[in-house]
Design a protein around this ligand. Structure first.
Ligand SMILES: CC(C)(COP(=O)(O)OP(=O)(O)OC[C@H]1O[C@@H](n2cnc3c(N)ncnc32)[C@H](O)[C@@H]1OP(=O)(O)O)[C@@H](O)C(=O)NCCC(=O)NCCS
Length: 315
């Protein structure tokens, strides 16, 4: 079989998206695999966020798989990696790993990881070949939107409410928060993607002029959230004595955002190595919906440490 790996183009995205749904839906045994994730999705938004980091596998002029790398400064992760089910176990995913590993070396990320199915010997075995090792579980958790009160006035809490002339300074503040947790961690690509593609909102948690934390949230259909959900794609809290209470405040702000936009649930990921965060989420009514495992390059911990308040899941 002649398999070609090449950059994803605009015209490939729909087929890659269909393949992504059928691949996961088949693996998970859905009655109609093409309905995997409903009106949510990863591929279209990630392709737009960085077209240079998305790749497809092609055979006989047909796209049969894809993989996408994400650059968070000193941290990189990849996915969704998918191959059309009739072509599984022919080495295609390993070909799709090559340009992604190449991207990571271009980006020079200090830490690399991925999210996968902890119960699948195939998945775990596949990624171990690239020196990714299973570490702690990651829980994708949900909680019904709390409270019935009207949302607080949130103008200064929203990135979309920041005048354009001040946005660069705010992004620098966000880098300051993430960099204090893991040197060089920079997730502003997610804030930009949300702003430019209208995927939701980034909530900013201020104490006066100091940014204590932020949450980059996808909302509704066509985003990683899907209908009715406010999905915290990434959130971080500045380390320090106030971290636990600030984390609660940030979750409250996500609730307010969800309520204001007609969502029913907030969805957020917790890697269990970040035990304070995971316990805080359990204590405030979050329940696990999906469990996977974080596999990390060279078996390193990166920012997955007990005292770190970060929400993400690397899916
Ligand atoms: C996971 C997926 C991408 C793999 O694609 P694929 O093209 O079938 O994978 P490949 O043929 O390149 O590699 C499979 C590798 O799995 C490994 N493997 C399979 N079964 C294994 C087992 N029981 N124990 C250890 N390793 C195993 C082998 O290393 C094998 O490589 P090799 O035999 O060539 O040395 C594909 O099955 C898929 O799309 N699944 C649904 C979506 C999904 O789960 N994506 C990944 C989410 S993290």
């Amino acid at each position: 079989m002649n398999i070609q790996i090449r950059p994803m183009g605009e015209g490939d995205v729909d087929t890659a998206d269909r393949t992504f749904r059928v691949a996961f839906g088949t693996f998970l045994g859905l009655p109609d695999p093409s309905q995997f994730m409903g009106d949510a999705g990863f591929l279209k938004t990630r392709f737009k966020a960085d077209p240079s980091a998305a790749f497809v596998a092609e055979t006989n002029g047909e796209v049969v798989g894809s993989n996408v790398a994400t650059n968070w400064g000193s941290v990189g992760f990849f996915g969704p990696l998918t191959v059309r089910p009739d072509l599984w176990d022919k080495g295609i995913s390993q070909k799709l790993m090559e340009p992604v590993m190449q991207k990571f070396s271009e980006w020079n990320n200090a830490h690399l990881g991925l999210f996968t199915f902890s119960h699948s010997p195939k998945h775990v075995g596949l990624y171990q070949k690239y020196d990714f090792w299973p570490r702690c579980l990651t829980a994708i958790m949900i909680r019904p939107i709390q409270g019935e009160k009207a949302s607080p006035a949130m103008a200064e809490w929203k990135f979309s409410g920041i005048p354009q002339s001040e946005q660069i300074a705010v992004l620098k503040e966000c880098r300051g928060v993430t960099g204090a947790l893991f040197d060089g961690l920079d997730t502003t690509i997610e804030i930009d993607a949300i702003a430019q593609q209208h995927l939701g909102e980034t909530v900013l948690l201020w104490s006066g002029s100091r940014l204590d934390g932020f949450a980059a949230c996808h909302i509704g259909p066509g985003t990683e959230a899907g209908s009715g959900a406010c999905y915290v794609k990434f959130a971080a809290i500045r380390p320090g004595a106030e971290a636990a209470s600030n984390f609660d405040r940030l979750l409250g702000a996500c609730d307010a955002l969800g309520r204001e936009t007609g969502c029913k649930v907030v969805m957020a990921g917790a890697n269990m190595a970040r035990s304070a965060q995971y316990r805080a989420m359990l204590a405030t009514g979050f329940k696990t919906q999906v469990l996977g495992v974080a596999m990390e390059k060279a078996n390193k911990t990166g920012y997955n440490r007990p005292d770190v308040y970060i929400i993400d899941d690397w899916r």
